[in-house]
Write a protein that binds this ligand. Structure first.
Ligand code: WTA
Length: 656
């Protein structure tokens, strides 16, 4: 980790925005940015209150701004009332009802456009349909759907009636879905018969059926199924309802449920350092404010923009920059069902050309894979509509950054490398494109009003050019409110005592001499594989649950395209397989097992077998050693405390 940071820290290229970009930017020039930072420092609550009044339509204005009395359970704008769906839809009807809200491009390239008027009507209709099933404020609704107009309708409809949605990424398995439904005690699941990806039909409803059959989901009284692919599916007349039947005859207007600013808008499960995913709970008012100001500041949003964030709504990026941020701003955005490599690796570029996309936001892993599959392809398309590019999810290596900048952005478009997390709700550290000169690989400076610092184990600030833990020292509106059903885990994970009340992000970072932030990686057992957040403990406990496995340890190793690859070290209950064929066979079975239990994204890239794992005499697995072995590096660590040095040789063996 420290060697990779050292190499990016040698990066000396600096890319200031063009004068033309600066001139038109929402936040224009360093002086404007510094004035905002100063305003936040001088009157923190006043700063955020002003923004909350300017950006959000309040049904009942708030008088209290930040309540820290029950820290770290902070409250923002707590006596204000609003409805998030009203803020995303109704507020635009008087001024731009006929503006296109969504340009939906299906896997097969069929395009459907939806105006704000139509989207509003569809959300109202579906909200009424949910109410007809007696789903109401505070109820939890799990959404397991493909990228579609309908998934946005479903999320917005939940927000409209005050139901709390929990979107589960369509790539998660029935077991993962089962756990999330049970943890949230959801009353309904909204799904589709199947999803279309890369020309293939991938079942969804059958996965929901399996999840329910596993038990623990008695809270579910309705399964609403959107017909996407026309697949044959099993039908349980007691639970299952077709989306189209349910909305038939429903009114296209629907009085929103006015909720308190702190009312939970959604729960989104994410991986942490234990085996059990955490249900990150977000608020309504504070979250919406974060999504909106970051659209304005970081994406420099203009009403004429065609915005495209490629993230799936199953991740936080798809919540903040597909479902909520762009709609609250009244933007026109592209929503894409398919994958970047179908029918070929020119798909993104072709779509940018045909929809005249101005702002494009994607993940470093997608950029790297598209470089590999067709680094010259963007040149075949007219990308002149682009004015701003963004990345998210993991550090971007300078080579990929330079390609994105020169080939995709034609050296014209600033790149916003946005650091944030499921827990922070919106961008925290990212260049304001009309302010900050960017450096490839750095997410640059915090948003004005976000108080970041790099500290040591004792929570003390470290000098520049020295690594440490990334913390946010003041509560901010869009932050996580709690972990659903587990407030103690929330407190322990994010506000450990040593950090003196600051929010501990879980990343290590350092600031360079100009105060630019460089993210080094996670400090916990969380991996970023193709931008997907996965806990090593989750994968370990899944492996250990296999009848063949006695013990497993999972670590990450750098991967050219995925960022990180998963390497599992496994001790079997029976004898260690010796010949290559047997090793392959067992490894393949275990990979399939993990795919089935968590989802294909969690399948280890590599599995190695040993008679034991390297442990200290006190029985602790030496993970650092395993990381070195996984990378194929020379072991330079002190192995004198190792109980069983002989097994190192076994674990070094790679069988492909
Ligand atoms: C990592 C995704 C470097 C980081 C929005 C963080 C990044 C985790 C960046 C959160 C970036 C995200 N540069 N690292 N620009 N953005 N990360 O919850 O380790 O899926 O803690 O949220 O991704 O992942 P999550």
């Amino acid at each position: 980790m420290s060697t990779s940071i050292e190499s990016v820290m040698q990066e000396t290229r600096v890319f200031p925005p063009s004068a033309a970009f600066v001139e038109q930017a929402n936040v224009s020039g360093m002086a404007a940015y510094e004035a905002m930072c100063r305003a936040a420092e001088q009157d923190y609550e006043g700063y955020w209150a002003k923004l909350a009044r300017e950006n959000i339509v309040w049904h009942k204005p708030f008088s209290a701004v930040l309540d820290e009395s029950n820290a770290p359970f902070f409250q923002w704008f707590a006596d204000g009332e609003l409805n998030v769906s009203y803020n995303c839809l109704d507020r635009h009807l008087a001024t731009q009802a006929d503006k296109t809200a969504l340009i939906f491009e299906a896997d097969d390239a069929k395009v459907t456009r939806v105006t704000y008027r139509e989207l509003h009507a569809r959300v109202c209709q579906f909200a009424n349909a949910l109410r007809s099933r007696n789903i109401k404020k505070g109820d939890r609704v799990v959404i397991y759907m493909p990228m579609s107009i309908e998934v946005i309708v479903a999320m917005q409809a939940c927000a409209r009636i005050g139901a709390i949605h929990s979107v589960v990424f369509g790539g998660f398995s029935s077991k993962s879905l089962n756990e999330r439904i049970e943890d949230a005690t959801a009353c309904a699941v909204i799904t589709a018969d199947a999803q279309m990806r890369g020309g293939k039909v991938m079942p969804l409803k059958p996965v929901v059926d399996e999840a329910l059959a596993m038990g623990g989901c008695d809270s579910v009284h309705s399964i609403i199924v959107y017909r996407r692919a026309g697949s044959e599916i099993f039908w349980n007349a007691k639970l299952d309802l077709w989306w189209h039947d349910l909305i038939a005859g429903q009114d296209t207007s629907c009085e929103p449920e006015w909720v308190n600013s702190e009312h939970p808008l959604f729960i989104l499960y994410t991986s942490g350092s234990t085996g059990k995913p955490k249900g990150v709970q977000h608020s309504s008012g504070g979250y919406l404010l974060g999504a909106m100001v970051s659209m304005k500041w970081v994406f420099d949003y203009k009403p004429s923009d065609i915005f495209w964030c490629t993230a799936d709504v199953g991740w936080v990026t798809g919540h903040s920059y597909v479902c909520y941020g762009p709609l609250a701003m009244g933007a026109t955005q592209v929503v894409f069902e398919g994958i970047p490599t179908f029918p070929d690796a020119g798909r993104f570029w072709k779509m940018i050309q045909s929809h005249k996309v101005t702002t494009f936001y994607t993940a470093p892993t997608a950029i790297r894979s598209l470089i590999k599959l067709g680094g010259e392809l963007p040149k075949q398309y007219d990308l002149s509509s682009l004015r701003l590019l963004g990345t998210v999810g993991e550090p971007i290596n300078p080579e990929a950054w330079m390609w994105y900048y020169t080939v995709v952005g034609q050296s014209r478009c600033p790149i916003v490398d946005t650091w944030w997390q499921t827990e922070t709700g919106c961008h925290m550290i990212a260049p304001l494109p009309g302010v900050v000169a960017t450096k490839p690989g750095s997410c640059t400076l915090p948003l004005p009003g976000i108080m970041t610092a790099i500290v040591n184990e004792a929570g003390e600030a470290v000098p520049r050019e020295q690594g440490g833990f990334l913390v946010i020292t003041r509560p901010f509106p869009s932050q996580i409110r709690t972990i659903w059903g587990d407030p103690e885990r929330y407190r322990k994970s994010y506000f450990p005592e040593d950090m003196r009340g600051a929010y501990l992000a879980g990343d290590s970072a350092q600031c360079d001499k100009d105060g630019y932030f460089w993210i080094m990686g996670r400090i916990d057992d969380v991996l970023k594989v193709s931008g997907h957040r996965l806990g090593t403990m989750e994968i370990e406990s899944t492996l250990a649950a296999n009848p063949l496995v006695a013990e497993a340890a999972v670590v990450g190793k750098p991967h050219e395209i995925k960022g990180e690859a998963i390497v599992a070290f496994v001790v079997l209950k029976g004898a260690r397989p010796h010949d290559a064929a047997a090793v392959k066979q067992v490894a393949e079975n275990l990979r399939a097992w993990v795919g089935e239990k968590i989802g294909p994204i969690a399948k280890p890239d590599e599995i190695r077998f040993g008679d034991n794992l390297p442990k200290t005499r006190s029985g602790k697995i030496m993970r650092r050693l395993l990381r070195t072995i996984a990378r194929g590096d020379e072991i330079t660590q002190d192995v004198s405390t190792l109980e069983n040095p002989a097994i190192l040789e076994q674990l070094k063996e790679v069988v492909r």
